[in-house]
Design a protein around this ligand. Structure first.
Ligand code: SF4
Length: 220
């Protein structure tokens, strides 16, 4: 009589609903070959606050993390099919998905923070595009943004000062790339990370553009 391996995956889908995986250097071929398109990815940029899922706390990231996007208003990986609780990119799912076992996390803990794939490995040899990504990273650096947030007071006001310049710059670069790329798939979240309107919202900052003016409302 067959005995079921107690550690085998039961395909409950819980891990896929908690969020898409991060990419490692050994996954480089997956986006490069287009098996998973860049429009399905986003970057957590160097310096951005993000949760370390192994240690369980938020901290500024020492380097880029490239991840598969989640569904709108949910963490669930966009490649998870609720219909039959399956992975629609199973044959080329990234390393983290291959080693993750929710009932024995030792393997994922070993590789989790090691050899992460960054934008440099994928774009570094594309002059022009890589220059643009670097320019955005320098001009919209979280190492400047996060300390600037501490200076903010409550209420709604027109955004100004260095934080205002950074938010303007982040919006402008995305708009320009979107315009230039015409009808091609939107890869802004991969190139420049998620917009500051999205990443700063959980920190209590609501950013809204009204005409040419940008307003910020703080909810601390
Ligand atoms: S890529 Fe596949 S296995 Fe990995 S989280 Fe997404 S649906 Fe799950």
């Amino acid at each position: 009589m067959k005995t079921q391996n107690p550690a085998a995956c039961r395909r409950c889908g819980t891990c896929c609903r908690k969020g898409g995986p991060s990419f490692h250097l050994s996954d480089k071929d997956i986006p490069e070959s287009g098996k998973i398109p860049l429009s399905a990815l986003y970057t957590i940029r160097e310096g951005e606050l993000a949760r370390d899922n192994v240690r369980g706390y938020l901290h500024p990231q020492p380097s880029d993390i490239i991840k598969i996007k989640g569904r709108e208003n949910a963490a669930t990986c966009i490649f998870f099919s609720e219909t039959d609780r399956s992975c629609t990119v199973y044959d080329f799912r990234p390393l983290e998905c291959r080693v993750l076992n929710c009932r024995d996390t030792r393997e994922i803990e070993k590789i989790y923070a090691e050899n992460r794939l960054g934008r440099r490995e994928l774009l570094g040899k594309i002059p022009g595009l890589w220059d643009l990504v670097q320019a955005h990273q320098q001009q919209c650096d979280y190492r400047e943004i996060l300390p600037a947030l501490r200076e903010l007071k409550g209420g709604k006001r027109k955004i100004s000062g260095r934080l205002g310049e950074i938010v303007h710059c982040d919006m402008l670069i995305r708009e320009q790339v979107r315009e230039r790329s015409g009808n091609k798939e939107d890869i802004n979240d991969f190139l420049f990370g998620r917009p500051l309107q999205t990443t700063l919202r959980p920190l209590g900052l609501h950013i809204r553009k009204e005409g040419e003016k940008i307003f910020i409302r703080t909810v601390f």
